[in-house]
Design a protein around this ligand. Structure first.
Ligand code: PLP
Length: 455
């Protein structure tokens, strides 16, 4: 086995880490941790330090670490057939079975699954399919996509543009011109403190209407949103939001893309977030929970209305010119099949409803009244604590105060992993679905302790 100091040197000299402060890493100011193994909600590094991973990797290891069934399915598939492509009608038992399992679980009126590798490429696929669709329908002007500030949809060129977080735009010349942003449905951060939740929903809807008016409905193809804002701060929408937004979209013939990369396959306590909020999507993006990250796999679930047009388009234009070498990769598909079976067999979504609401309740009891906690919020197995400088005036810390990162670091030193969300002082929790009540207690108690050491 390689020595730790040797690995650290190779890491520093060779490895370009994503979403990392490169200069701080080079100076040795960031935690250097080599993860070796994992079981259920815990991971362990090479030095034998065990941590409770209350963010499930990047909210993706939904069934928990170390699942033998999924590892066996991957190994069996690799031995039998590691790869064959899915072009011009090819498939494997795993990829065909998985497409059926997804459609069986998906909301009504969904028709087919296009497989990719990551949430980003699935959203890239969505935008291309939307453009293709409107071109086939003879509406070449109807191309812009509306996204929300604080939405997260990936970090490619189009998907980084859809993402409404400054860090993902800065110095990358994003967003591209085809993407326009509207108000984040973030009640806690509303500008007008006198607004009720209902009034704030009406304000978000009015902002959307005004944007459509300004741009012209005949230039706007689609609206993309996560059922609950994820990376933007773990923010459930204000009351009535999705019902009102969908009315506007229908009125202007604007397609709805529901990005369920985080919420798909159970995180909110229902199979899809769409069920939870009554969303009628034209396209649904899935990734993370599809395989619980045991292998990279994503998908765009295409609704019936779009599918008919796409099919007709190929009669006029030839085969659809959009394909990835690794689309429907057999190993990813085998992982997906085993993962979805496990989700059912262990009844993990029911556990989310129970332990997720317990986590949110106990976190609120422990921290809800703290002078520097503005809000504790969540849904299903998602929870966030937002810190403020002053509770009454709701003033925020400066980014330089690094309150969120400091609390996350203090918690990490106490063997619990939470995520300091990238914009604002928000600590995010998205544990694996197998979290127990005792583990939820540990997360809450240690979070309260970490908050005390920093604030
Ligand atoms: N969409 C949402 C809602 C996400 O949270 C993410 C990633 O966190 C993505 C898309 C992008 O997925 P990936 O990182 O697999 O490209």
């Amino acid at each position: 086995m390689l020595r730790n100091d040797q690995l650290a040197e190779w890491d520093r000299d060779n490895f370009f880490h994503p979403s990392t402060h490169l200069a701080q890493f080079a100076r040795g100011e960031l935690t250097h941790r080599v993860i070796k193994t994992g079981t259920n909600c815990h991971i362990e590094d090479r030095d034998g330090n065990k941590m409770l991973d209350a963010f499930a990797g990047l909210y993706c290891v939904n069934v928990g670490y170390g699942r033998q069934d999924i590892a066996d399915a991957i190994a069996a598939q690799a031995k039998e057939l590691a790869y064959y492509h899915a072009y011009v009608g090819h498939g494997t038992e795993a990829s065909i079975t998985l497409s059926k399992m997804i459609l069986d679980r998906a909301p009504a009126n969904m028709s087919k699954v296009y497989f990719g590798q990551s949430g980003s490429d699935a959203n890239e696929t969505n935008v291309k399919l939307i453009w293709y669709y409107n071109n086939i329908l003879g509406r070449p002007e109807k191309k812009k996509i509306i996204s929300r500030w604080r939405g997260y949809h990936g970090s490619g060129l189009v998907t980084g543009s859809l993402t409404g977080l400054e860090l993902f735009h800065k110095k990358f010349d994003l967003p591209l011109a085809q993407v326009v942003h509207t108000e984040a449905p973030y009640y806690f951060r509303r500008a007008d403190l006198d607004q009720s939740e209902e009034q704030f929903t009406a304000h978000c809807v009015a902002e959307l209407e005004a944007l459509i008016e300004r741009e012209g409905a005949d230039t706007i193809a689609a609206f993309i949103g996560e059922p609950v804002l994820g990376t933007g701060g773990i923010v459930p929408p204000p009351v009535g939001y999705w019902t009102a937004i969908q009315k506007v979209l229908k009125k202007h013939d604007i397609l709805l893309v529901v990005d369920e990369v985080v919420t798909g396959f159970g995180r909110l306590g229902t199979m899809f977030g769409s069920e939870h909020y009554g969303l009628e999507a034209d396209l649904i993006t899935i990734a993370k929970g599809l395989t619980s990250a045991y292998a990279p796999l994503s998908g765009s679930i295409v609704g019936e209305k779009m599918w008919k047009v796409l099919e007709q388009g190929t009669d006029e234009n030839g085969p659809i010119g959009h394909g990835w070498t690794y689309s429907a990769h057999p190993i990813g598909a085998a992982a997906g099949v085993a993962n979805l079976k496990l989700l059912d067999e262990l009844d993990l979504i029911a556990n989310n409803r129970d332990v997720g609401s317990y986590l949110n309740k106990t976190m609120t009891e422990a921290l809800g009244d703290h002078a520097n906690v503005g809000e504790v919020r969540g849904e299903g197995m998602l929870c966030a604590v937002e810190f403020v400088k002053d509770r009454d005036s709701r003033s925020f810390f400066d980014a330089a105060d690094k309150v969120g990162p400091q609390i996350a670091a203090a918690l990490g030193a106490d063997a619990v992993i939470a995520r300091a969300m990238p914009q604002g002082d928000i600590l995010g929790f998205a544990p694996p679905f197998c979290l127990t009540r005792a583990e939820a207690d540990e997360v809450v108690q240690k979070t309260a302790k970490a908050v005390k050491t920093v604030l």
